[in-house]
Design a protein around this ligand. Structure first.
Ligand SMILES: [Zn+2]
Length: 411
């Protein structure tokens, strides 16, 4: 459990914070390492001030006065003050605000045990200039303020992995809405962004309905889009828990939004760890774009597959990087997923796409576990298929490349 209290002064860019972490020791501890980019000023453990802490390369190392036994609960209080961590994790926006994106972003604004399996609840209280808005995960609102400042508080209702935490602050416009299942929506728009971005933002509810039909109910109890413009053009789109961040208006389109929305099921609710961990999120998200193209624009996915494979079949370079390494996650994996749908049959495939996120909701899973469930759902050992597609660096054998109906007019 993280209780995060921050004050942000945009003129100086200084962030002052105090975070209380209530943790349980997984093993006996005499030091604790936390990710934190902002300089720490004070540290206390179980109420005792600790002077022996050091900080380098974004890691705060705390030497404990008394060791903590495995299984014991302990409380750390950490005060910090200074400039938040670096771009690209801490993203300044063109209107003077900022938003956090990408793995490890959390060390930029609160000290965190940055391990996917270490899920925790978050309470974020943030003081900003009076006309600013703060958005984080879960449910929140403005709880206090003066002529010069506004204080917002946000709380998660599902534990999250560190990379799924978000903090956005700026002179932003807020808009409330609801999904068809009643889930409250809080969208925020960067200064001057609403007119351009609202038509896209308004697509999110029907896209979430589409995804819920295929993957099961939306996994969280709130949703919101963060539609801002990053100063840097290299800022990625991102999906923290219950949120999507589209910080590059020029590149934001329907398939980008659909992709980020699908991460709520794949990557956020079910977080990946271990080999091919990226595939636990990305392989599904890129294929969700295909499914949307089929449902919304009538694209024939078999044709798209055949065309794509024909284009790359004689290009060893395209196949060299494996999906497992993450290097061909966005290129090969939709083809792998489409081949899987024909290799095991559409019924088993669609069953799997619902079963995986529902049985594993709000947990950390490995890609190996997905492969095992796929084999079970298909009633056959799929090791050969996944070896060829996920770990292979060559064109898969014909039985995996042209399964089922794809073999017709294959060449
Ligand atoms: Zn993605």
């Amino acid at each position: 459990m993280y209780e995060i209290d921050i004050v942000y002064a945009p003129e100086s860019g200084v962030l002052r914070g105090e975070t209380i972490i209530t943790a349980t020791a997984g093993s006996a501890l005499d030091t604790v390492d936390l990710a934190l980019q902002v300089p720490a000023t004070e540290v206390a453990v179980d109420g005792d001030g600790i002077t022996s802490f050091g900080q380098s390369d974004g890691v705060l190392s705390i030497a404990l006065a008394r060791p903590i036994a495995a299984g014991d609960e302990f409380v750390m209080e950490i005060a910090y003050e200074g400039l938040p961590g670096e771009i690209p994790a801490w993203v300044p926006t063109t209107d003077g605000g900022s938003v956090t994106v990408t793995n490890g972003a959390t060390g930029t604004w609160f000290p965190v045990h940055n391990v996917p399996r270490d899920r925790a609840d978050l309470t974020v209280t943030a003081e900003v200039p009076a006309d600013w808005t703060v958005v984080s995960n879960g449910t929140g609102s403005r709880i206090a303020g003066t002529e010069n400042s506004s204080v917002f508080q946000w709380r998660t209702s599902h534990e999250l992995s560190p990379q799924s935490a978000v903090l956005g602050m700026g002179p932003w416009e807020t808009e409330d809405d609801r999904l068809s299942d009643g889930t409250p929506v809080t969208n925020v728009y960067g200064a001057g962004q609403k007119e351009a971005m609202k038509p896209l933002a308004d697509q999110a509810p029907r896209m979430l309905d589409f995804l819920a039909e295929r993957f099961g109910p939306y996994p969280f109890d709130t949703f919101g889009g963060i539609y801002v413009e990053a100063l840097s053009e290299d800022t990625p789109f991102y999906a923290p828990q219950g949120r999507v961040i589209l910080p590059a208006p020029a590149w934001a389109d329907e398939s980008v939004l659909l992709h980020e929305l699908s991460h709520q099921w794949f990557g956020v609710s079910v977080t990946g760890d271990g080999p091919a961990s990226g595939c636990v999120g990305e392989c599904f998200a890129v294929y969700a774009e295909w499914m949307w193209a089929e449902a919304d624009a009538g694209v024939d996915l078999d044709d798209r597959y055949r065309e794509g494979i024909r284009q790359h079949q004689d290009d060893p370079q395209w196949w060299r990087e494996t999906i497992e390494s993450g290097a061909s996650m966005y290129t090969k994996s939709p083809f792998m997923m489409h081949a899987l749908s024909h290799h095991i049959g559409e019924d088993a495939f669609l069953g799997l796409l619902k079963r995986w996120p529902s049985e594993n909701a709000h947990s950390v899973r490995t890609w190996d576990e997905f492969e095992a469930m796929a084999s079970e759902e298909a009633g056959q050992d799929l090791a050969g298929f996944f070896d060829a597609w996920v770990r292979g660096s060559e064109v898969p054998a014909a039985e995996y490349l042209w399964p089922g109906p794809l073999s017709h007019r294959a060449r």
